[in-house]
Design a binder for this molecule. Sequence first.
Ligand SMILES: Nc1nc2c(ncn2[C@@H]2O[C@H](COP(=O)(O)OP(=O)(O)OP(=O)(O)O)[C@@H](O)[C@H]2O)c(=O)[nH]1
Ligand SMILES: [Mg+2]
Length: 268
Amino acid sequence: MVEKADVEMEMADNPFEPYIESLRQQLEEQDPVLLIALIVALAVVVITCVFLKYFLSSKTVRSAVLLVGLCESGKTLLFSRLLSGNFKRTQTSITDSSAPYKAKNDRACTWTLIDLPGHDSLRPQYLEKFKSAARAIVFVVDSAIFQKEVRDVAEFLYVLLTDSVISRNGPAILVACNKQDITMAKSAKLIQQQLEKELNTLRVTRSAALSAQDGSIGGSMYLGKKGKDFEFSQLPVKVEFLECSARGSKGEEGEADIQNLEKSLAKL
Ligand SMILES: Nc1nc2c(ncn2[C@@H]2O[C@H](COP(=O)(O)OP(=O)(O)OP(=O)(O)O)[C@@H](O)[C@H]2O)c(=O)[nH]1
Ligand SMILES: [Mg+2]
């Protein structure tokens, strides 16, 4: 009498007990191979879902194309030329501007083009704000006065290339050697070679200084391969050098010469 009451109480506690029991019996009668196949299939579905969620969310978040570089390198004029094709008189930027940019490809992908100020005092905070959203970083260089600025250009590029967030996300890095309409402008090849040399020196002094401070190289990564002269090809991110002129050879009334940049942006 007492036992029956106990069973009834247990049934009331767990109303699914009879179903679980019958499922267990059915599973026990099944072929174990079939059971393993079922578990493997289930695991594959779960892993695929998790992977897809991660992959899709990371793709949708990173849709920004950043225009960065030193002051006066031509970012704002490039911004205007890429968006509307028009020439615009510019003033030094003190904040960011952004607008949707339609890539010139069959997929007609739309990215958010963001022009960042190049002034030393503003650069770090704007880079910090947008770096995690970057799908591509267009690093604009004034090729006409490159020789004079090589050290500053290399220092800024070093900050970008050793940033742990940028290294992890791996946006395409396009070094736009701008102002090619000026006779004195250095070629993309020469700029690449000189930057490789400069970065080679810079990584020695930078990592030595940081190691002396706290015994580590902080949140940033080591640039390139240890024990080898630095080359851009050693990096996990793709760095492409291209020539352009936001002004164009015909001046303010003519078109810009930015086809190389547009082609690279079309491949993102
Ligand atoms: N000759 C020539 N001048 C250019 C070219 N691109 C930009 N400029 C000029 O360079 C100057 C600076 O251009 P901006 O676009 O304002 O430079 P920026 O990089 O936005 O500068 P900040 O906002 O200070 O960081 C302007 O007078 C432009 O007209 C180019 O391809 N050729
Ligand atoms: Mg500007």
